[in-house]
Design a protein around this ligand. Structure first.
Ligand code: ACO
Length: 329
């Protein structure tokens, strides 16, 4: 079934930022019982970037927007809505988006955070492009940013090897001539929420006992299984909403959770692995930032070119996922 949305939003600019501090596999070896060979073999990750103690998600998001402004002739004065995808906001409130509005002095805009964990950036693009397509807004600033290091348990070797910090920002503008958002697909399995969650105000989730306030708890095997079984199905459903097939996709940009997950999804979906763009090798799993980081790297390296059709696919805690087919440029 084709999407009922009239599609006329496009991405006009992109930028990204990661903190300067590096945490490599050798550093982790000194912290938990692990080693470089195991981490690289099981995840493909060599390094991650870690925010300093007084550096929070809003700071990373601001730097990503500044990077965007340095590379594109765009301005923020007439932004009508700011959506920040994050599950690690500086504070429960005010939202990170409000901090961004204040920093840049954007005069007449809405601002809110959206939490769909690692699928957050794809969810935010879904929302922003739909609002533009519906004629509600003309210019929306979408940012994906997370500081996973703030909620990672560095005594748990099965999680601390994965996560890093970063942010990516894009500007969406209305475009009547060349629609860029070609299809959307969302899916949720709340029953799997117990497999990856952050402890918070509730004392338990599905009967699981609290394991450290404010920390990320995960059953890696279950999340892995969820990703490699359901994401290929989701990609098939997403493509079925268009007249396109895998051969029409120039670049596949999945959430950078684990290189083995990406390899498996590519194999099951018939996507050549060389066409996957990911940010995990040197940044780890940066949650809502991982897709815009990979896209921005692809653009800056000259791989992603105007007219390319991209398949963006986020998946993560919830359990939830979101896929989009987007024409670049
Ligand atoms: N170093 C060495 N050994 C380790 C490590 C480590 N860092 N971590 C686990 N092991 C051991 C285990 O204890 C286990 O030992 P055992 O066989 O003696 O019991 C063995 O390695 C195998 O463990 P598995 O959990 O089966 O390892 P697996 O190959 O599944 O890799 C991993 C674990 C990397 C966590 C993987 O399952 C994964 O990436 N899962 C997906 C996680 C994810 O993507 N989360 C994203 C969601 S986050 C969000 O949404 C905010």
């Amino acid at each position: 079934m084709p999407s009922s949305i009239t599609l006329n939003a496009r991405i006009s600019a992109i930028g990204s930022y990661v903190p300067s501090r590096i945490l490599n596999n050798t550093d982790l070896q000194a912290m938990v019982d692990t080693n470089d060979e195991w981490i690289v073999q099981r995840t493909g990750i060599h390094e991650r970037r870690i925010a300093t103690e007084d550096e929070f998600t809003s700071h990373l998001c601001i730097r990503a927007v500044e990077d965007m402004l340095a590379h594109y002739p765009v301005q923020l004065e007439d932004v009508e809505l700011i959506i920040v995808a994050t599950h690690t906001p500086d504070l429960p409130f005010p939202s990170t988006a409000c901090l961004i509005q204040d920093h840049f002095g954007i005069p007449a805009t809405g601002a809110y955070d959206l939490n769909a964990t690692c699928a957050g950036f794809a969810y935010a693009l879904h929302t922003a492009s739909a609002l533009i397509s519906a004629g509600v807004h003309r210019k929306v600033l979408v940012i994906g940013g997370d500081t996973l290091s703030k909620i990672t348990d560095y005594s748990d070797r099965s999680t601390c090897i994965l996560f890093g910090d970063g942010a990516g920002a894009v500007l969406l503008e209305s475009e009547e001539e060349h629609p860029a958002f070609l299809a959307h697909y969302l899916s949720t399995d709340g029953s799997g929420g117990k497999h990856v969650y952050r402890t918070g105000l509730a004392s338990s989730l599905h009967g699981n006992p609290l394991e450290g306030q404010g920390k990320l708890v995960q059953n890696g095997r279950e999340v892995y299984r969820y990703a490699v079984t359901t994401v290929p199905q989701g990609i098939e459903k997403l493509l079925a909403k268009t007249a396109m097939g895998v051969k029409d996709i120039a670049w596949f940009i999945p959430h950078s959770a684990n290189l083995r997950i990406i390899e498996s999804i590519c194999e099951k979906s018939g996507i050549p692995f060389e066409q996957a763009l990911y940010s995990l090798e040197y940044y780890g799993n940066t949650s809502a930032a991982s897709i815009p980081l990979a896209l921005d790297m692809g653009v800056k390296e000259g791989k992603v070119k105007a007219g390319d059709t991209l398949l963006l696919y986020g998946f993560g805690g919830g359990l939830t996922q979101a896929g989009l087919i987007v024409r670049w440029g």
